[in-house]
Design a protein around this ligand. Structure first.
Ligand SMILES: Nc1ncnc2c1ncn2[C@@H]1O[C@H](COP(=O)(O)OP(=O)(O)OP(=O)(O)O)[C@@H](O)[C@H]1O
Length: 849
C-alpha cells in the first residue's frame, strides 16, 4: 500500500494546494480555543453496548491494518456471511428469480442474450473466474461505485444543448465548479489506472461548503493545520484510501481494502480487460455500510460492493450484532468521497468526544444557502443542552448517551443509519417537539477522506439547498462543530425502499406504481434543473409514513451544463447505466432513467437486475452484453413496458422523466395517501373537511404541498366520494387496518378493504379491486384524471413547498409562509374545489362499469 500511498509526493504542488485549501476550509470553521477533547484521541471507541457502533467498530478494527492476505481472508469471511442463515433475519417473500417476462416484442428473453439493434456484438465475454462463481453477488456491496473519469460536464467541450438547459442553470455554477474534478477521480483505462487528484477542488468545495464562516480560533486552526494532509494518490486503481496508513480510515471494512486490489486485480484485470470496457479506477467506499437501517446498500469497500446481499436485516429489529454487520453492507457505493466518521485519532469516539466537551466551547453555525434553521452561534455546549438530560429523546440500548448537536437546539437521538460519510441520527428539538434527520460527519484535516467528504458533502448540500420538491428530501441547514459537520435534513421516518423491501418483501404493483410515479416526479424536477442524481436506487429513496417518496443522498448528484459530456463512473453498479460502464458519452440525465428502471425491478423483486451475477460479471452484463434483465411475470404489461422503456441501452432512446410521467404505468398510479377526513362514510366533507381540526392539522402538516401525486385512486371509485388530496395512509404496500378504516370503499362496502392491494400481487393476500358488482376493476378503468394530473405533475411550473418544521419556518420568514389558518383554509378550499371539479368526470366510474 505504501507504493501508491507514497506516490503522492510526486504531486507535491497539488497536494500543497489541497492542504492549504483544506486548512483554509478548516479555518473557516468556528474553532474553540481550547484543545480538542482528549477523548477524541485514538483508541477511544464507543461502548460495546452500542450495537451499531460495535458492529461498525468490528469492521473497522479488522480493516485497519490488514495485509493483502489478511484482506483476502477477511473478504472471504465477509462473503460467507451472505450464506449464513442468521445473516438474513427477514424473509424475502415472493421472489421469482426464474420468472421471465416473455412478451410479444421479445425484448425480454430470459437469460437469453439479445443483441440490440444496430449495436456491435460485444467483443468481451466475461471470463470464467473464481470470482464469478464463488459467492453470490451482493449488489449493494458494489453499490455506489464512483470510478470517476473526466468529471465535469461543465468543463466539457460539448456545447450545451440550450433546449435542454434550464434557465436555472446559472444557479448551479458554483456547484459545477465544486464538482469539477473530483479529488478521487480515477481512471483506469487500457489497464492502466490513473488517478487524478484535484486537491484544489477539495478546498474549493470546502470553501463553498463553509463559505459563510465567520471566524475561527487560531489555536484550533493551528492544531488542525499542524496535521499535514497526507494526500493519498492511489496509482493502480487502488482504493482511494490508505489501508495501512496511520491516516487510513478505520472505518473501512475488509472489503474496502479488498476493493481495488482484490477485485480489480484478481477478478477483473486478471481476466482480459476489454478495452471497450474501461473499468474506471476504483472508487472507494469508505463506509462499511453496515449501519443500522442503512439499507442503502452502501458498503464500504471500494470494489468491495460486488456482492448482492439478498437480505440484510435492519439492525433496528435486531439488537444483537449480526455477523453480517461486520461485513461490508450492501451499499458499498464506490465513490470518491468516503469519509470515515471514525478517524484514527477519534478511534470511533465520535460521540465520546462530545461527552467531555468543555462547557465553554462555542459552536459556530455555518450558514448555507437557504437554511431554514438559524442555529445558535452562542450556545455553549453544556449538559443541560444534552439530549442525555432530555427524557424526550429516545434511548436505545445499543446507543451511547444521547448527545445533542452541540450549539444547536437539536438533540441527537437514535441512530437511523450509517452511510459513507458518517452517521445519521434522529434530531429532536425538545423545545418545539420537531424532528429532523441529522447527518453527522467527522472531518479531520489530516485525512484525505475528510477532504473528499467535505467536497462531496458540500456538493450535496449545495444541491439540496437549491431543491424544493415534495419528492426530494429537504435540506434544513448545517453547522460545523469542531471537527463535526452536522447536516439537518427532513426526517423521513419510513426508511428506504431498500429497507422496506428487506423487511416486507416485494411491493405490490400499486405501490410500485405510486412510488415510481413519485420518483419520476422528483427526477423530472431534478432534471429540469439539469441535475443528475446518479445514484437512484431503493436505498436512496426514502418513504414517509404516508407513502410519500423522497429522493435522498445527493452525494453523487451533479449539475450539468451539457447533455453529452463524458460520464463519470459513478453510481451503484447494479443500477448503473451501460453507457457509464462503457464510458461512452450519452444523455447524462438518462442514466437516472436507467437506474429508475432497475429500481422498479428492485421493488418488484427485492433485488436489482443482474443481482444473480457477481459484481464484476454484472458490470460486464450491463456494459457489454445486449441482454436486458429479466422482468418478472407478475408485473403488469404496463409495468413491463415501463421497465423496457427505461432500460433501453441507447440512452438517447430512453424517454425523459417528464415523458415517462405520461406512461400508463404511472399515469394511473394510485396514490398511497388516503383520507383521514372521514368520520362517517355517509357524511363526506362538502368543503374538503376544512373545518375539521384534524383536517386542518393534516393539511397544514402537508403544507398544501402541490405535490405531484397522481390523484388517480382506484380505491375511490365512487361518485359520492369527495376526496381531498394529501391525505395520509400507512405506507404499507399491502392493506393495513388503518387503510381499512379509512377507506371509503370499505366503509360503504363497495370496495375491497384493502385499497392498495395489487391485483397482480403474487402474495395472494391482496384482493383485487372490485366494483359495486364485485367485478374486478381493470387498471384502465380506474379514475383517469390525467388532465388534472398533468397540471400538478409539471414540476417546473410549480413552486413546491414541502413541510418545514415550524421552528425553521418561523425563523425563515416569520408570518409569511403558511401563515394563518385563514390563508390555509383558502388555499385548501381552492385546491379541493379544483380537485372536485377535476374529479367529477372520473368519479362516474360506476357508469362505466
Ligand atoms: N432524511 C432522512 N430521514 C431518515 N433517515 C435517513 C435520512 N437520511 C438518511 N437516513 C438514513 O441514514 C442512512 C444513511 O444515510 P445516507 O445514505 O444519506 O448517508 P450517506 O453517508 O450519504 O450514505 P451513502 O452515501 O453511503 O449512501 C440511510 O440509509 C437512511 O436509513
Amino acid at each position: 500500500m505504501r507504493s501508491w500511498w507514497g506516490k503522492s509526493s510526486s504531486k507535491e504542488t497539488k497536494k500543497k494546494t489541497g492542504k492549504e485549501g483544506f486548512i483554509d476550509t478548516i479555518r473557516k470553521f468556528r474553532i474553540p480555543s481550547e484543545k480538542k477533547s482528549t477523548n477524541r484521541s485514538g483508541g477511544t471507541r464507543r461502548g460495546c453496548t452500542d450495537t451499531v457502533s460495535e458492529l461498525g467498530s468490528l469492521s473497522r478494527v479488522e480493516s485497519r491494518s490488514v495485509s493483502p492476505s489478511r484482506e483476502s481472508k477477511l473478504v472471504a469471511r465477509c462473503q460467507s456471511f451472505q450464506e449464513r442463515p442468521q445473516a438474513q433475519p427477514l424473509p424475502l417473500p415472493g421472489h421469482h428469480p426464474n420468472r421471465v417476462a416473455r412478451t410479444e416484442s421479445g425484448i425480454i428473453a430470459s437469460r437469453k442474450p439479445r443483441q440490440e439493434k444496430g449495436s456491435k456484438p460485444s467483443p468481451f465475454t466475461p471470463p470464467p473466474h473464481a470470482a464469478y462463481t464463488r459467492a453470490r453477488p451482493d449488489a449493494a456491496d458494489f453499490d455506489g461505485v464512483e470510478f470517476a473519469s473526466s468529471e465535469s460536464c461543465s468543463d466539457s467541450d460539448d456545447p450545451p444543448d440550450s433546449s435542454q438547459l434550464s434557465p436555472l442553470a446559472s444557479d448551479y455554477d458554483t456547484i459545477s465548479r465544486t464538482t469539477a474534478g473530483s479529488p478521487s477521480n480515477m481512471i483506469i483505462k487500457d489497464q492502466l489506472p490513473v488517478m487524478k487528484i484535484h486537491s484544489r477542488d477539495v478546498a474549493k468545495s470546502s470553501d463553498h461548503l463553509f463559505n459563510n464562516h465567520t471566524s475561527s480560533s487560531p489555536s484550533r486552526r493551528k492544531m488542525l493545520s499542524s496535521h499535514v494532509p497526507n494526500l493519498a494518490v492511489p496509482y493502480n486503481g487502488a482504493v482511494f484510501s490508505a489501508p495501512d496508513s496511520s491516516i487510513s480510515s478505520p472505518s473501512r471494512s475488509p472489503l474496502r481494502a479488498f476493493g481495488s486490489e482484490q477485485v480489480i486485480n484478481s477478478a477483473f484485470f486478471s481476466t482480459r480487460p476489454n478495452p471497450d470496457f474501461p473499468f474506471l479506477g476504483s472508487g472507494h467506499c469508505s463506509s462499511p455500510g453496515s449501519g443500522q437501517n442503512s439499507g442503502h446498500n452502501s458498503m464500504g469497500g471500494d470494489m468491495a460492493g460486488l456482492f448482492w446481499q439478498p437480505s440484510r436485516g435492519s439492525p433496528e429489529y435486531s439488537p444483537l450484532p449480526s455477523p453480517k454487520m461486520t461485513s461490508p453492507g450492501p451499499s458499498s457505493r464506490i465513490h470518491s468521497g468516503a469519509v470515515t466518521p471514525l478517524h484514527p485519532r477519534a478511534g470511533g469516539a465520535t460521540i465520546d468526544s462530545q461527552n467531555n466537551r468543555p462547557e465553554d466551547v462555542k459552536q459556530k453555525s455555518h450558514r448555507l444557502p437557504l437554511p431554514p434553521v438559524t442555529i445558535s452561534n452562542s450556545l455553549p455546549f453544556s449538559q443541560s443542552n444534552s439530549a442525555a438530560t432530555s427524557p424526550s429523546v429516545p434511548r436505545s440500548p445499543g446507543r451511547p448517551d444521547n448527545l445533542p448537536s452541540p450549539g444547536s437546539r437539536w438533540k441527537k437521538g437514535k441512530l437511523l443509519g450509517r452511510g459513507s460519510f458518517g452517521h445519521v441520527y434522529v434530531g429532536f428539538n425538545s423545545d418545539s417537539g420537531e424532528m429532523c434527520a441529522m447527518k453527522e460527519v467527522t472531518l479531520f484535516s489530516d485525512d484525505a477522506k475528510s477532504k473528499e467528504s467535505a467536497k462531496q458533502l458540500g456538493q450535496e448540500v449545495s444541491l439540496l439547498s437549491r431543491l424544493s420538491h415534495p419528492n426530494i428530501v429537504r435540506y434544513y441547514g448545517s453547522e460545523m462543530v469542531d471537527d463535526k459537520l452536522y447536516i439537518y435534513l427532513e426526517y423521513v421516518s419510513g426508511g428506504s425502499i431498500y429497507k422496506l423491501l428487506q423487511d416486507y418483501g416485494q411491493f405490490g404493483e400499486l405501490a410500485i406504481r405510486s412510488y415510481t410515479q413519485q420518483i419520476l416526479s422528483g427526477l423530472a424536477y431534478l432534471h429540469a434543473k439539469n441535475t443528475i442524481h446518479r445514484d437512484i436506487k431503493g436505498a436512496n429513496i426514502l418513504v414517509d409514513p404516508n407513502g410519500r417518496v423522497k429522493l435522498a443522498d445527493f452525494g453523487m448528484a451533479k449539475h450539468i451544463t451539457g447533455q453529452t459530456c463524458p460520464l463519470s463512473f459513478k453510481g451503484s453498479p447494479y443500477w448503473m447505466a451501460p453507457e457509464i460502464i462503457k464510458n461512452s458519452s450519452g444523455s447524462n440525465l438518462a442514466v437516472d432513467i436507467w437506474s429508475l428502471g432497475c429500481t422498479v425491478l428492485e421493488m418488484a423483486t427485492t433485488k436489482p437486475p443482474w443481482s444473480q451475477y457477481e459484481g464484476v460479471a454484472a458490470l460486464f452484463k450491463i456494459g457489454n452484453s445486449k441482454e436486458l434483465p429479466v422482468i418478472p411475470d407478475h408485473l403488469s404489461d404496463e409495468g413491463k413496458d415501463f421497465v423496457r422503456q427505461c432500460l433501453q441501452r441507447n440512452p438517447l432512446h430512453r424517454p425523459t422523466a417528464a415523458q415517462l410521467l405520461d406512461h400508463s404505468f404511472v399515469k394511473n398510479a394510485a396514490p398511497l395517501e388516503r383520507p383521514i377526513l372521514y368520520s362517517e362514510p355517509s357524511d363526506p366533507p362538502t368543503n374538503g373537511g376544512i373545518g375539521h381540526p384534524r383536517n386542518r392539522q393534516t393539511l397544514d402538516s402537508d403544507k398544501l404541498a402541490t405535490h405531484s401525486f397522481r390523484v388517480h385512486r382506484p380505491a375511490f371509485i365512487s361518485s359520492d366520494v369527495q376526496i381531498p388530496r394529501n391525505i395520509s395512509c400507512p405506507v404499507s404496500p399491502i392493506g393495513s387496518p388503518l387503510l381499512h378504516s379509512r377507506s371509503p370503499q370499505h366503509l360503504n362496502g363497495r370496495m375491497s378493504p384493502s385499497p392498495i392491494c395489487s391485483p397482480r400481487t403474487t402474495s395472494g393476500t391482496s384482493t383485487p379491486l372490485t366494483n359495486i358488482n364485485g367485478s374486478k376493476i381493470p387498471y384502465h378503468h380506474h379514475v383517469n384524471q390525467s388532465v388534472y394530473l398533468h397540471e400538478i405533475s409539471k414540476p417546473t411550473n410549480i413552486s413546491y413547498r414541502d413541510p418545514v418544521p415550524d421552528m425553521f419556518r418561523a425563523k425563515q420568514s416569520p408570518g409569511r409562509q403558511y401563515g394563518g389558518h385563514a390563508v390555509l383554509a383558502d388555499s385548501v378550499s381552492h385546491l379541493l374545489l379544483r380537485d372536485r371539479v377535476n374529479f367529477k368526470p372520473s368519479l362516474d366510474l360506476n357508469h362505466q362499469l
